[in-house]
Design a protein around this ligand. Structure first.
Ligand SMILES: Cc1cc2nc3c(=O)[nH]c(=O)nc-3n(C[C@H](O)[C@H](O)[C@H](O)COP(=O)(O)OP(=O)(O)OC[C@H]3O[C@@H](n4cnc5c(N)ncnc54)[C@H](O)[C@@H]3O)c2cc1C
Length: 483
């Protein structure tokens, strides 16, 4: 039995802690916030509840397999897209219905079916190789994963996501629909690898889900399992340093000065925080810096009076010029002048989320990571701009706002210790970027990384996979090191 410390109680940290405790190890989890869940969080005000992290759950089987038992709601309409010309495209759970909707809007139903088949193939190859095992920081890992040349071809290596969209679709609206999947990894579709195009195969294959009571109930359910498995959770327990000699990890030092010894340390905190502060390592930090940060989020949380006829649970209102929008975010490093806005309203399906006769609108805009004090306009003024743009695109909230709360990249940075507020650590800025992200093994024996800034990446399903990959690595390494 090894002494294991997990630094951070985000979903990846909780999954790793749970699996290692179930394997018989003595696991302690330190979380600096007064609650578990990390970015899987909510904001409450005046009877309204807002998810300020994930709003859509995919691959729920990853959590069911751990013993999470929540009555999930499967969404029939996954998302409704509104384009600058005012036309809309609903994406349904059912692929046939989506194909028919695409056909009605653009006459490209067959192209959508071909794209969907490609996405399924890409997903199947990625699940068997890239997502299945650890990454230690080298493309050689792929060879070790048993990937065949056919698998490599299935992910369209060398192509960007936008180039993939152009290969399948003539209509610019459909290209935008594909490009948008880059934002699931906080990245720029004009640079991100085509492999991100596998995401719709997850949504149409396995569905998009809502957790009644709000997605953070998933963190509550994991917390109950941690308790049952005997994990000692210390909330408000900030780790100030990972202790290690040249060979191996020795434990951690807490912010209150206490030191705790351990054989294994799993870091769920951001990789940039690990190599920047907890166990400084300039070379590794430089490698992360070269990726550039993923995007961050600007959130408008609105208590809205009245009910909106026909409002779906999830919708996207596209900007007029997507390329310019991403140049604003990743090159000019300013919040987009004309933003695409995600609108989430869980009150559509869940009356616990807003008072009677009202709606809880979460409006999310992709913005650059970094301090908003450098923005050309204040967050409040930018919030007004977002509302104005939405009003011009069929969503006028004037006269209906009970209140409007804002969250900026500075909030993400300060709450979760995320690099400049970047949601996913480094961005996927080129075809090899997935292999250049931090691996799961740290530079000392007994040190591991699990979380959205490390392999295989961010988003609830991927961090759950990462937690499992790390637990398996720890078990295998401990077995090997036994005399
Ligand atoms: C606005 C937004 C929308 C999103 N939408 C979706 C979505 O719809 N679907 C989806 O699947 N995903 C979505 N995500 C992404 C998803 O939330 C994250 O990828 C995932 O929750 C990250 O989990 P993690 O394991 O990396 O841990 P994190 O959530 O990053 O948590 C890390 C934890 O470590 C703690 N910590 C940091 N430093 C220390 C320290 N020194 N000592 C102790 N504790 C420390 C932090 O306080 C934090 O609790 C969204 C995220 C955001 C912010």
């Amino acid at each position: 039995m090894a002494g294991v410390i997990v630094v951070g109680g985000g979903v990846g940290g909780m999954v790793a802690a749970l699996l290692l405790a179930r394997d018989g190890h003595d696991v302690r989890l330190y979380e600096r916030l007064p609650r578990l869940g990390g970015k899987l969080a909510e904001h409450r005000r005046d009877g309204f509840t807002f998810s300020i992290g994930p709003s859509l759950l995919t691959l729920p089987g990853l959590f069911r397999d751990l013993g999470v038992d929540l009555g999930l709601l499967e969404l029939d309409e996954l998302c409704r897209y509104r384009f600058p010309d005012g036309s809309t495209l609903p994406a349904y759970r059912d692929a046939d219905r989506t194909e028919a909707a695409v056909e009605r809007l653009t006459g490209e139903g067959r192209n959508w079916r071909a794209f969907h088949r490609w996405a399924e193939g890409c997903l199947e190859a990625s699940m068997r190789t890239f997502f299945a095992g650890p990454l230690t920081g080298s493309v050689r890992d792929l060879a070790a994963s048993g990937a065949r040349p056919k698998d490599l071809l299935a992910v369209a290596p060398g192509r960007t996501l936008d180039a993939l969209a152009r290969r399948f679709f003539r209509d610019p609206r459909l290209r935008r629909y594909v490009d948008r999947y880059a934002t699931y990894a906080g990245s720029n579709p004009y640079r991100a690898p085509a492999a991100l195009g596998c995401i719709p195969a997850i949504e149409h294959g396995d569905g998009g889900w809502y957790v009644p009571g709000g997605l953070p109930r998933l963190a509550d359910a994991l917390a109950v399992l941690l308790d049952k498995a005997g994990v000692e959770v210390r909330l408000g327990g900030e780790v100030a340093a990972v202790l290690a000699d040249r060979e191996r990890v020795r434990g951690v030092r807490l912010a209150n000065g206490e030191t705790v010894a351990a054989d294994v340390v799993v870091v769920n905190a951001d990789a940039a925080a690990l190599y920047g502060r907890l166990l400084p390592d300039r070379a590794r930090l430089r490698r992360i810096a070269r990726l550039g940060p993923s995007s961050s989020a600007f959130l408008l949380l609105a208590g809205v009076e009245g009910r909106t006829e026909g409002l779906p649970h999830h919708s996207i209102v596209f900007s007029a010029d997507y390329r310019r929008e991403f140049a604003d975010i990743f090159d000019r490093r300013r919040p987009p002048e004309d933003p695409t806005v995600y609108i989430g309203c869980s009150a559509v399906h869940d009356p616990t989320q807003a008072p009677d006769g009202a709606e809880n609108w979460v409006m999310l805009v992709n913005v650059p990571a970094g301090d908003p004090s450098r923005w050309p306009l204040t967050p409040r003024a930018y919030g007004d701009l977002v509302l104005e743009r939405l009003a011009g695109r069929g969503h006028d909230l004037s006269g209906r706002l009970r209140f409007l709360d804002l969250l900026t990249p500075a909030d993400l940075r300060d709450r979760y210790g995320a690099w400049g507020g970047a949601i996913y650590g480094g961005a996927y800025g080129g075809p090899l970027a997935p292999f250049r992200r931090p691996g799961n093994r740290g530079p000392r024996r007994g040190l591991y990384l699990a979380g959205g800034s490390a392999h295989p990446g961010g988003g609830l399903p991927l961090v759950a996979m990462g937690g499992r990959i790390v637990a398996d690595l720890v078990k295998a390494d401990l077995r090997r090191s036994r005399p």
